[in-house]
Design a protein around this ligand. Structure first.
Ligand code: AMP
Length: 605
């Protein structure tokens, strides 16, 4: 089928020709004719299917160029997508005189967006929050909107735009046409469709398989500082005989290579700064099996064509889903099995969801293997290797002939020797603690939370203050510290009192009887990937560089009802003043409370 058979007007057909599109894609073929006839559409199709053209063509055709009012409103989840759609619309409209589109999104100044609306733009593509703002301000008028388009509706719902969409839709004329596109179908999308569209025609486009089923896709939640250790554990467990590790920048590639070299593994790097001859030498070495691991950036790995990579590791998730597909396509080739392991941090969940949506596969969540598990697997694989060798080793070596020891004892000695010679010492990481990352294993919040008694500074009847040399700057929260004290330190329930976070240190009140144990166990310990020390607080040193600094006191703020999120400027100023006035004296902090009405500080007894 050709574009000319779809009933498209000559001006747009001419633009399509100039743009070089020869035949319509399946979604264009299925959606354009009914949309041109005025039907509502529910299009289930992914990015890359050509859906932008599928809705832009009928939208442009619905516009009356003589009317300088907004006639088409397209909602998109992100600023980038809104801009991209506008670019395509402008290109398609190159021969349509007097028709133009404008992107409208939050985080940018209103000025240019308002100017475009005043100029009489007919096609608005915007993110829901900014669109509703402008509609409610009366700057974006809905009276002449005859078409609503919702692009990537599933992503908009995932991003929490449901309420904004509802508010926008409530302001639109009832007799409009609605085209809704989503990569996935869910109960939430069904509900949205029912509320915005009128008997829509459903068009589902099968997406080509982007990843092969023989490639197992696994995700580990790992803090950045633990990643080299986790990578080493994958190698130690024999799961990676020829692995390709991807990082997003040259610097991280270098760090990973240095980290693995320091642990004695055969590893090399590939990145854009290397001369071609050196790159070829490295690739050759990897191909010949001289390297266990090759660490690369996306661009540098392009020329790499090797069939038997058993594991691909995403040391960092790529920002572009296409890169993910390219990366993991290096394993499970030619019908072989392969594994793609992705390390993610706490901030990567939405990116992960986007990747999963793009490849259409839910990745398997696995827990990082603990040191003990690695050890077990290592010993098992040694036994396997011994058994394999035993098949051909039928004669006792001469050197052992005269040894007068029971065979069992000799065998045990040999095994122990083998274990010690082949083992690398594992380094402890926060993920080894069950409580740190597995939400299910994490103690209940009330177990973790500091004990609170009235408004007294000290929440314990009697207490000792411990000092930890890490605080807000490390991103620590009272919960992390309580978790450390209860789980690693073995503190009994209720024995940890107030936790006061400062920028570079934390003061923790604990029951006197548990203090020695905590100091012993947590003297040097890991928290959120950082090594810290816990010791008895000696109070603020006199003179010199005092380790004490301004206090960050979220709990105090909460107690006085000042909301941290969404606070006004006055609250913010007040918090700053609170902190400035909260001075430490001789290791004890003195609290300053503010009079509710005068806002003047007053002492509290
Ligand atoms: P989309 O799914 O709308 O994000 O489109 C993905 C890409 O496909 C864009 O770069 C379009 O320019 C391109 N495209 C859209 N329709 C066609 C077509 N019929 N033939 C070739 N490329 C197309």
């Amino acid at each position: 089928m050709s574009f000319s058979e779809l009933g498209i007007c000559p001006e747009i057909l001419e633009a399509i020709e100039v743009l070089g599109f020869e035949t319509p894609s399946p979604i264009q073929e299925a959606a354009i004719p009914p949309a041109l006839d005025g039907a509502d559409i529910l299009g289930l199709s992914h990015t890359g299917s050509g859906k932008t053209l599928a809705f832009s063509i009928p939208a442009l055709e619905s516009i009356d160029p003589t009317l300088r009012e907004v006639q088409v409103l397209c909602l998109a989840p992100t600023r980038e997508l809104a801009v991209q759609i506008c670019r395509e619309v402008d290109k398609l409209a190159m021969f349509l005189d007097g028709v133009s589109a404008v992107p409208i999104y939050g985080g940018a100044s209103f000025g240019p967006q308002l100017a475009a609306l005043k100029r009489g733009v007919q096609f608005v593509v915007g993110t829901p929050g900014r669109v509703i703002d402008l509609m409610e301000q009366g700057e974006l008028k809905a009276d002449n909107i005859s078409m609503l388009i919702l692009d990537e509706a599933d992503e908009m719902l995932d991003m929490g735009f449901q309420e904004d969409i509802d508010r926008v839709v409530a302001l639109l004329p009832e007799n409009r046409q609605t085209l809704l596109f989503s990569a996935t179908m869910s109960a939430a999308i069904r509900k949205l469709v029912a509320s915005v569209a009128n008997e829509p025609q459903e068009i589902a486009i099968e997406r080509p398989q982007l990843t092969v089923p023989t490639c197992e896709q696994v995700v580990y939640e790992v803090v950045f500082s633990s990643r080299i250790e986790v990578l080493s554990r994958l190698i130690e467990m024999g799961r990676m005989k020829r692995g390709l590790v991807f990082a997003n920048t040259k610097r991280v590639v270098d760090d990973v290579v240095d980290g693995l070299l320091a642990r004695g593994y055969a590893v090399d790097r590939l990145h854009g700064d290397m001369p071609q001859t050196l790159r070829e030498r490295v690739m050759d070495s990897f191909r010949k099996g001289n390297l266990t691991v090759l660490v690369a950036t996306d661009i540098a790995a392009r020329g790499l064509d090797i069939d038997d990579v058993d594991t691909v590791v995403n040391f960092e998730l790529p920002r572009d889903p296409e890169d993910y597909v390219h990366r993991i396509g290096r394993t499970a080739r030619a019908g072989r099995k392969g594994r793609a392991v992705s390390f993610i941090g706490r901030r990567d969940f939405s990116l992960l969801a986007r990747l999963e949506r793009f490849v259409g596969v839910r990745m398997q969540r696995e827990k990082v293997m603990t040191g003990v598990q690695v050890e077990e697997v290592r010993r098992e694989s040694l036994v396997d290797e011994i058994l394999e060798t035993a098949a051909t080793a039928t004669e006792l070596p001469e050197e052992l002939n005269d040894i007068d020891l029971p065979a069992e004892q000799l065998l045990a000695a040999m095994f122990n020797l083998l274990v010690s010679k082949t083992s690398r010492e594992l380094q402890p990481i926060p993920e080894d603690r069950p409580s740190k990352f597995s939400r299910s294993a994490r103690p209940a919040d009330d177990e973790c939370a500091p004990v609170e008694k009235g408004n007294d500074w000290s929440s314990l009847q009697q207490s000792v203050t411990l000092f930890m040399n890490g605080g807000k700057l490390l991103g620590l929260r009272p919960k992390d510290i309580a978790g450390l004290f209860y789980n690693e330190g073995g503190a009994p329930k209720g024995s940890v009192g107030d936790i006061r976070l400062f920028l570079k240190h934390t003061l923790i009140e604990v029951s006197p009887e548990i203090a020695p144990q905590l100091i012993e166990r947590l003297g040097t310990c890991n928290i959120c990937g950082y090594e810290v020390n816990v010791r008895e607080d000696k109070g603020r040193p006199q003179g010199g560089n005092a380790p004490y600094e301004r206090e960050f006191r979220p709990r105090e703020r909460e107690r006085r009802g000042a909301s941290y999120a969404g606070r006004g400027n006055s609250n913010f100023r007040r918090d700053r003043e609170d902190r400035r006035d909260s001075r430490e004296r001789g290791g004890k902090s003195e609290r300053v409370f503010y009079d509710k009405f005068s806002r003047r500080p007053r002492r509290r007894d």
